[in-house]
Write a protein that binds this ligand. Structure first.
Ligand SMILES: NC(=O)c1ccc[n+]([C@@H]2O[C@H](COP(=O)([O-])OP(=O)(O)OC[C@H]3O[C@@H](n4cnc5c(N)ncnc54)[C@H](O)[C@@H]3O)[C@@H](O)[C@H]2O)c1
Ligand SMILES: O=P(O)(O)OC[C@@H](O)[C@@H](O)[C@H](O)[C@H](O)CO
Length: 497
């Protein structure tokens, strides 16, 4: 309870907004007049802290035809359905600054939410409604079914297989999007734009390639039509948004007088760089601070190779050393030196020029953001789903550095720390809950590396041919041996670069 007395607050609802206006910002626009223009698949913490907040700004400025309808596809999304339905689809966004300043804001831009298993027909009807001109996605990196080694579509997922059966009722994001596009095409309704907001380099291009490959397996002509007729703008999205905790829910109660079943907490920083390619129209995003550019790639690479790869650089080593939060790691100068060294010596040399960005200042700002003690971003969140993260964020850095003759020593230590973490026991002997959709394979390779030091790397789906590169395997094997012999902290102390 954080020392605060538990008081039962009335549930967040439209008719309470007036009384809440003294303690938090609330929507002042008429939500009943807002019509849907965007369907978002994967309404989790990030979408609610980021895109929905930008759209809320636009609705407040008088735009009324770009409301968001959320769609949940996964079994766990039933909780989001119930939370939002009980509070008129309103929720509280809490922004916590490093200096302890806390701001609350009720977001009104999600005007409805459908849980797809309740009614696939309702979801398909929505997606074929001509008013829907954008379908946006935060379905996580794993939701795109990319074979990491070949870059091609991987159709092995059972849900994908089910969605490929003739006449299937969709169950996956790809199943819904492609079925809806097929219906729009048949009905002569212009396709919506697909806007990926996941942390993937070239997220628009990846979405285009994977969705059209999936569609081709259903109907080659449909696949070709999607590839040529549907727009897939790429984006760089950035706002650190940890998973909401019970303490966060209680804080929203005592601090703002709001009973909110599922608020969302984030840092104050937010950035969205978006490729301006929306042939069916778009909201005036730039009015809400979105940077509309012709080419997002330099910004995406900067963010993924500096911010996201640094998250991986700090999470396993930090966890093994006994830390549990990102800010704890970033209060430790040994780790900060390592992160800045990785960013300046290995991540940054692989980047193209990034228009208007001072990369040295960007690196320092990242460390300050990671060090925000009020965000309480857990290392467990950052260590999860590493099989989807390391190959997309760090392996490209290693490959580029190897190609140019640059250093990979810090990156090698990061990969070795993941391998050590994947053994499933920390340096204090406590079990680690490995959360990864490839958990069994990853853990079994980690179990084998005491006998065969390169065993963890022998997975071309994750590492391509890195195992054949002595410039990488030598520092990797040295790092792994050191982690086993003296642990993460001492390895960092002595890691010569
Ligand atoms: N959290 C952040 O700091 C952050 C910042 C930038 C970008 N992102 C992007 O947003 C994504 C989601 O992050 P989050 O913090 O909202 O996570 P979250 O767990 O809060 O929400 C993820 C949502 O996606 C759904 N989902 C997961 N896998 C899916 C799949 N295969 N198909 C369809 N839906 C699926 C979940 O059910 C949930 O609704 C990340 O993977 C990342 O690409 C997150
Ligand atoms: O959410 P993921 O899986 O893409 O990655 C984990 C974190 O690195 C990520 O969520 C960052 O917090 C985020 O990308 C900051 O904008």
């Amino acid at each position: 309870m954080s020392g605060h007395q538990r008081v039962r607050q009335p549930r967040l609802a439209t008719d309470r907004l007036g009384e809440l206006a003294g303690s938090v910002a609330v929507p002042t626009y008429d939500r009943t007049a807002v019509t849907p223009g965007i369907v978002h698949l994967g309404v989790g913490g990030f979408h609610r802290a980021h895109q929905a907040r930008y759209v809320d700004d636009l609705l407040a400025s008088g735009v009324s035809d770009w409301g968001i309808v959320g769609v949940g596809l996964m079994p766990q999304d039933v909780r989001m359905r119930d939370a939002l339905a009980a509070q008129d689809h309103l929720y509280t966004l809490v922004e916590r600054a490093p200096d302890g300043d806390v701001r609350g804001r009720v977001i009104g831009s999600i005007i409805d939410y459908l849980f797809a298993p309740d009614s696939p027909t309702a979801v398909l009807d929505l997606l074929t409604d001509p008013r829907i001109r954008i379908v946006s996605l935060t379905i996580t990196e794993g939701g795109y079914h990319v074979n990491q080694a070949t870059g091609r579509f991987d159709a092995s997922d059972p849900g994908i297989q089910a969605d490929l059966r003739p006449g299937a009722v969709p169950s996956t994001a790809f199943g819904y999007v492609v079925e809806a596009l097929a219906r729009r095409r048949a009905a002569g309704v212009a396709p919506f734009t697909v806007m990926s907001c996941d942390n993937i380099a070239g997220n628009g291009e990846v979405a285009r390639a994977m969705l059209s490959s999936f569609a081709r397996l259903r109907d080659p002509a449909l696949g070709a039509w999607i590839e040529s007729e549907v727009a897939f703008p790429s984006s760089m999205v950035d706002r650190i948004t940890p998973a909401t905790t019970d303490v966060d829910i209680e804080e929203v109660g005592w601090r703002f007088g709001i009973a909110d079943a599922w608020p969302v907490v984030s840092e104050p920083f937010t950035q969205w760089v978006l490729e301006d390619h929306f042939p069916r129209g778009r909201p005036p995003f730039e009015q809400a601070g979105v940077e509309m550019v012709p080419d997002v790639e330099p910004y995406e690479l900067m963010k993924l190779r500096l911010l996201n790869a640094s998250h991986q650089a700090l999470c396993y080593l930090g966890y093994l050393s006994g830390y549990r939060y990102a800010h704890e790691v970033c209060a430790d100068p040994l780790f900060v030196d390592f992160l800045l060294g990785y960013m300046s010596q290995e991540g940054t040399p692989t980047l193209p020029p990034v228009p208007g960005v001072d990369l040295a200042a960007y690196q320092q700002e990242l460390v300050s953001r990671f060090a925000n003690p009020h965000i309480r971003d857990t290392l467990a969140r950052l260590c999860a789903e590493s099989s989807d993260r390391i190959p997309k964020w760090l392996v490209p850095v290693i490959s580029a550095q190897l190609a140019s003759g640059g250093s990979v020593r810090r990156s090698a230590l990061v990969v070795a720390s993941w391998a050590r973490y994947a053994e499933g026991v920390d340096e204090q002997g406590s079990p680690i809950d490995i959360v990864d959709r490839r958990r069994a394979e990853v853990m079994s390779r980690a179990m084998a590396h005491r006998e065969d030091p390169l065993a963890f790397l022998r997975d071309p789906d994750l590492f391509g041919d890195l195992v054949d590169s002595p410039e990488f395997t030598e520092p990797y094997a040295e790092a792994l041996a050191s982690l086993h012999a003296v642990g993460a902290r001492k390895t960092l102390e002595s890691w010569e670069t």
